[in-house]
Every structure is written in C-alpha cells, then in structure tokens.
Design a protein. Structure first.
Length: 201
C-alpha cells in the first residue's frame, strides 16, 4: 500500500533513512560518516519537513500494515519537469517489490501534477540503484555533478524518464490514484537549480 506520509511517520522515516544510507552506500561513502549518521537528527529533520513541505512537494510511503517500509520525496524541478528527490526502502525489505511499487506511485503522482518528464540523481558507483532505475525505464541523460558528502567527493548522474504513458488508477483511500535505492538527489546545475529543494537540509 502507498499513502501520503503523516507527521507520526517521522521517526520511522528517520530509521529507514539512516539504515538505507548505511546499506546502500557502503564502499561508496566514508565508513566513519555512515557510522555517524543519527536517527535522532534525521527524526528532527523529518518532523520539520512533514509540517513544512515546499510548494508542490509530496512525501509518499510504502507501508506494510500501515507501518512505513520505504519513502519517496518528490516535487517540481521546473514548470515541465518533476523530480524524485529521494527514494529509499528499508534494507531488510529490499527485493520484495516495494521499490518498484513506490517508484511507480511517485511517477504517477508527478504525471498527475502536470509534469511530462521526471528526473532523479544517482551516485555513479551505485550500480544496484542504477540497474533498478534502468529496469523501470529510466535512462541517464548525460548530465552529471560533483558533490561532497561526508568529506568525500562523489559523482552523481542524472536520470530521466518520459511520464507521458503513466496510467491513472484509483487507490482504496482515494488520495493517490494508485494501489501503490540509493541516492536520488536533487539540485541539478543550471537555470532550474534553485527550483529543486535540497532535501538534505
């Protein structure tokens, strides 16, 4: 089941956030940095974010018995492009189809918001994540950027997908028309950079 995130999800989102970074980025980001990630700090961040989303932003969660097992943070990047700023699944639930379900829901939400295309960013060395996106029809468009994360410089690649073929399906709750790893970052360089909120803040 995919639904909108609620304020009482903030602690669980923080746990997923930290666990997924440690699981996905081992060997890609400094070990000391990953060990130092704090659930309490992320909890504070998510508590603020859930009560003060940027205009057009959405946070979806994929849940098992209403308990979040993953989240997607999405919204506008330009007038015509949406962006998936982040999508993470609890590592203990990897390979259960939750990522596919959640990504599909995020794509449809962006399409319903009027966006014909969507972008996301992924670490160049994140082969698991890149394969996942490519299997879902996303492709690198040639753009890249260098970021510093945890004191280490990393390269991120921009992936893109045409959302024109997204279907609409009513959800049981009627909130999202849907029954529905790995960095997916934001802030592309260029004229639209200031329109893409930095979700790390």
């Amino acid at each position: 089941m995919v639904r909108s995130a609620r304020s009482d999800d903030s602690r669980r989102l923080a746990e997923i956030h930290v666990a997924s970074w440690r699981g996905a980025y081992q060997g890609l980001l400094p070990e000391q940095f990953l060990r130092a990630l704090s659930v309490d700090s992320r909890h504070e961040w998510w508590s603020r974010r859930l009560t003060a989303l940027e205009k057009g932003g959405e946070i979806l969660i994929v849940a098992d018995s209403d308990i979040p097992e993953g989240f997607a943070f999405l919204g506008p990047c330009s007038d015509t492009e949406g962006e998936i700023y982040a999508i993470y699944i609890d590592p203990q639930r990897w390979r259960h189809g939750l990522g596919t379900e959640l990504l599909g829901a995020a794509e449809r939400a962006l399409h319903r918001g009027g966006f014909g295309q969507a972008i996301l960013w992924v670490l160049e060395g994140n082969q698991r994540g890149r394969s996942f996106y490519e299997n879902q029809g996303w492709r690198p468009d040639g753009a890249l950027k260098i970021e510093e994360i945890g004191g280490s410089q990393v390269t991120e690649l921009r992936y893109r997908k045409n959302l024109g073929d997204q279907g609409d399906h009513e959800s049981p709750e009627g909130t999202f028309k849907d029954g529905t790893m790995p960095e997916t970052e934001n802030q592309p360089r260029g004229s639209n950079a200031d329109r893409c909120p930095n979700w790390r803040r």
